[in-house]
Design a protein around this ligand. Structure first.
Ligand code: ADP
Length: 454
């Protein structure tokens, strides 16, 4: 009613004036007055329409014309409408920008396909995984761009509950999991996720289970075979029986060692097993490792200990002991009789280096990068003969990684190897100042040498 009130009251006033004129001056004067008003209204209307048309040509840049009366009302309403549109347009633009940013940040490749499987949109990750380019490939049929047979079959099947696992068409090193998600009116969202790491972990898990089963099967078969023989045999000479029991004991020990190493590895991998920060007196540890080497060697090697640093270490004593003990045991096991084994502790540029050097069979260069893999052995039968499980260096690597330390392997086939554990400076503790030397542990003579008994 607000809008109509003004024009109706103006009309009523004009008619009233016309009536008064008619009554006072006759009908010609009244008609003349009405014609004048009509002409004025028409001219004013033409003028306002002209202003409105001029404004509508460029409504975003020019303010709407101002006017009074009905036209003022119309312009005011148009301006309100224009403001509301501007606000919703800027809200829409910022929502679109946010979507665009989110789509750019998504690590998965995403492609929107229309009902004819033409590309409508794709994000930057789809270039990395599928070689698509949003600008270049918009409107292209996806089938013409990705032509692998299994991908085309996957598209044809249109089974949205299934995922396709395939190699990336532009990088064979990448494994992708591709999924189709229907949405809107017959559109589809194609999502490609990089599952290379997952696949690798899965392959490692499968290999690991196969390896453990294989490692356990041989000794179990041997022990089972002897038990059957002993059960079936009526009477066996005592020497023969003893030989069987010795062999069974050997194989049982092998299984025991394997399970022990597996338990150590799983304990190291467990999250709850937080790293201890004990003070490790390396000299004591080195002496005890030297004794261990001598007892393993049983006089077949010459064992030497060189202590060129008085520093201690910070870390888990049991873990470091088990890692270094593995290196010592390997040196003894892979060094023929008469060889030399040297344990050494020194510092270089603040780092602590514990090395185990042997004059054994050495390792060819191509094997060195793989030695810390689980169950990787250069010579499987040699490892088994000497009681190896193939897990020793994997344990070493785990322990060192937890301590921020690294393993360096230098080896020459036929001459020998040096396995050096390099501890970072923050794990190396310098001996205390003279005031606390009464402690005893810190006053250590440099360069101590010892030889294997026998
Ligand atoms: P294993 O129980 O078989 O010794 P490790 O993980 O300790 O397993 O070592 C992996 C492989 O590395 C061994 O099988 C062996 O071939 C090689 N290796 C390790 N230490 C030495 C060494 N000191 N000299 C020669 N080869 C070694």
């Amino acid at each position: 009613m607000g809008f109509w009130w003004r024009p109706l009251s103006v009309l009523a006033s004009v008619l009233l004036v016309a009536l008064i004129l008619w009554a006072g001056s006759g009908w010609i004067a009244a008609l003349g007055f009405l014609a004048g008003v009509q002409a004025f209204v028409m001219l004013r209307r033409l003028w306002q329409e002209f202003r409105l048309a001029r404004w509508l040509e460029n409504p975003d840049e020019v303010d709407p014309p101002d006017a009074t009366g009905t036209w003022g009302d119309i312009f005011y309403r148009l301006q309100k409408l224009q403001r509301r549109q501007r606000t919703s347009r800027s809200e829409l633009t910022s929502a679109l920008e946010q979507f665009e940013h989110a789509a750019q940040a998504v690590p998965d490749g995403m492609v929107i396909l229309n009902r004819s499987e033409q590309i409508e949109w794709c994000n930057p990750a789809s270039r990395k995984y599928m070689g698509l380019d949003c600008e270049r490939d918009r409107g292209q049929f996806i089938r013409y761009l990705l032509r692998q047979a299994h991908f085309l079959e996957f598209l044809d099947a249109a089974d949205y509950s299934q995922r396709l696992v395939c190699k990336s068409p532009i990088n064979r090193e990448l494994t992708l999991s591709v999924q189709l998600v229907p949405f809107g009116s017959a559109q589809k969202l194609l999502v490609a996720r990089d599952i290379t790491d997952l696949e690798r972990v899965d392959a490692m898990r499968r290999d690991f289970i196969a390896n453990v089963s294989h490692e356990l099967r041989t000794p179990l078969t041997v022990v089972g075979g002897f038990v059957e023989t002993l059960a079936d045999a009526q009477e066996l000479p005592a020497t023969e029986t003893k030989r069987y029991f010795d062999l069974m004991l050997d194989h049982t020990r092998r299984m025991q060692h394997l399970l022990d190493d597996l338990l150590v590895l799983s304990r190291l991998e467990g999250d709850e097993n937080s790293l201890k920060d004990e003070v490790i007196h390396v000299h004591d540890l080195a002496r005890s490792l030297k004794s261990e080497a001598e007892s393993l060697s049983r006089g077949r090697h010459q064992v030497t200990l060189t202590l060129d640093s008085a520093a201690s270490l910070k870390g888990g004593l049991q873990e470091i002991r088990s890692a270094l003990s593995n290196l010592v045991s390997n040196a003894v096991r892979y060094t023929p009789e008469g060889g030399e084994i040297t344990l050494a502790w020194r510092e270089r540029n603040g780092e602590g280096i514990f090395s185990v050097t042997d004059t054994g069979e050495g390792i060819a260069a191509e094997h060195i990068p793989r030695l810390t893999e689980r169950f990787y052995r250069v010579d499987r039968s040699r490892s088994r003969e000497t009681g190896g499980t193939g897990l020793g260096l994997a344990i070493v690597k785990h322990v060192l990684t937890r301590h921020g330390a690294r393993l360096d392997i230098q080896s020459t086939p036929g001459k020998g190897s040096t396995f050096s554990v390099i501890f970072p400076a923050q794990r190396v503790l310098q001996p205390r100042e003279p005031a606390s030397e009464k402690d005893g542990d810190n006053v250590i003579p440099f360069r101590e040498r010892g030889q294997a008994a026998g």
